[in-house]
Design a protein around this ligand. Structure first.
Ligand SMILES: C[S@@+](CC[C@H](N)C(=O)[O-])C[C@H]1O[C@@H](n2cnc3c(N)ncnc32)[C@H](O)[C@@H]1O
Length: 275
């Protein structure tokens, strides 16, 4: 199959569809990028052209194709301990504060974390490693770490929890030795006791999260391509999911600082809900 790039009018249709389903606003100059990514699905499905593929995607028969389509159009770059300061705070001040509150009976011995666009799992597993590092002091606590993403392909990779050097460059030798198994050389799989601390499930950030509120939410490196309307929708979802007194960790590119006025700003990337 020798496929050309999508036409401008096909690009507009795909851009609108991606925006409606995910909130991601693809820039007008990204036609070649979108062509290349969607071409992978044309090859996989054997559909001859972009317009036919678009029609298939929107038809009842193509409902199951939406997920692999979203898998190719999302950007999933991530690694362990991205933004080191966030994890130093989590493993230090945040856990210290919560343990002090529990000791003074101001709060239960329970913590819920949400990694709200977790990609291939490095973010929720970095949270798990920081919690595990203090496991003796946290003995008897109920701790839940939930990782969610729109793309099912990244969640499958997250469940396998096997990483290469690119993902692990911030993980030191001691932590690699105690928390990962290396086999074959250069491929590191998280030990089951760390993996089992994290629950992974699909979730679209434009939809309510439901369930019990979270004490700490990581919302990082996902909203860069969202427009103001979609950012606002996500912010409403995240604020509704944040427990009173809970902390929100925001990535450097989210562009939502002006929408977080109801929270207390603790650091440029850290917000706290009153209560
Ligand atoms: C660049 S990764 C960020 C991963 C991690 N949070 C980090 O900072 O390293 C962005 C992730 O957001 C996900 N994503 C994009 N739109 C989403 C949506 N509407 N709901 C949930 N996840 C979404 C993508 O599938 C991708 O895995």
């Amino acid at each position: 199959m020798n496929l050309v790039e999508m036409t401008d009018s096909e690009f507009v249709k795909f851009r609108d569809l991606i925006y409606r389903v995910s909130g991601i606003r693809i820039a007008e100059n990204k036609r070649v990028l979108v062509s290349n990514r969607v071409r992978r699905r044309l090859k996989a499905t054997g559909i001859a052209g972009y317009s036919e593929y678009f029609d298939f995607l929107r038809s009842p028969a193509g409902a199951a194709e939406m997920q692999p389509f979203l898998d190719v159009v999302t950007t999933n770059e991530t690694y362990f301990y991205r933004d080191a300061a966030h994890y130093e705070w989590l493993g230090g001040d945040f856990l210290d504060g919560r343990m002090a509150d529990a000791a003074a009976r101001r709060r239960p011995r329970a913590l819920r974390f949400w990694s709200a666009a977790c990609s291939t799992g490095e973010e929720p597993y970095s949270i798990a490693l920081k919690v595990a590092a203090r496991r003796r002091e946290l003995a008897g606590w109920r701790i839940e770490i939930v990782g969610t993403d729109l793309s099912s392909a990244v969640l499958t990779a997250a469940r396998a929890a096997a990483y290469d050097e690119r993902s692990l460059h911030r993980v030191g030798p001691e932590e690699r030795r105690t928390c990962f198994d290396e086999a074959p050389p250069g491929r590191w799989t998280l030990k089951p006791e760390i993996r089992s601390m994290v629950t992974l499930r699909p979730h679209n950030l434009l939809k309510p999260m439901g369930g019990e509120p979270f004490d700490c939410i990581f919302l990082k490196n996902v909203l860069i391509y969202f427009d103001a309307l979609s950012k606002k929708k996500v912010v409403d979802v995240v604020l509704a999911a944040l427990a009173p007194g809970g902390s929100l960790v925001v990535g450097p590119t989210e562009g939502i600082h002006g929408m977080l006025g109801s929270l207390d700003k603790v650091k440029p990337w850290l917000y706290r809900k009153g209560g």
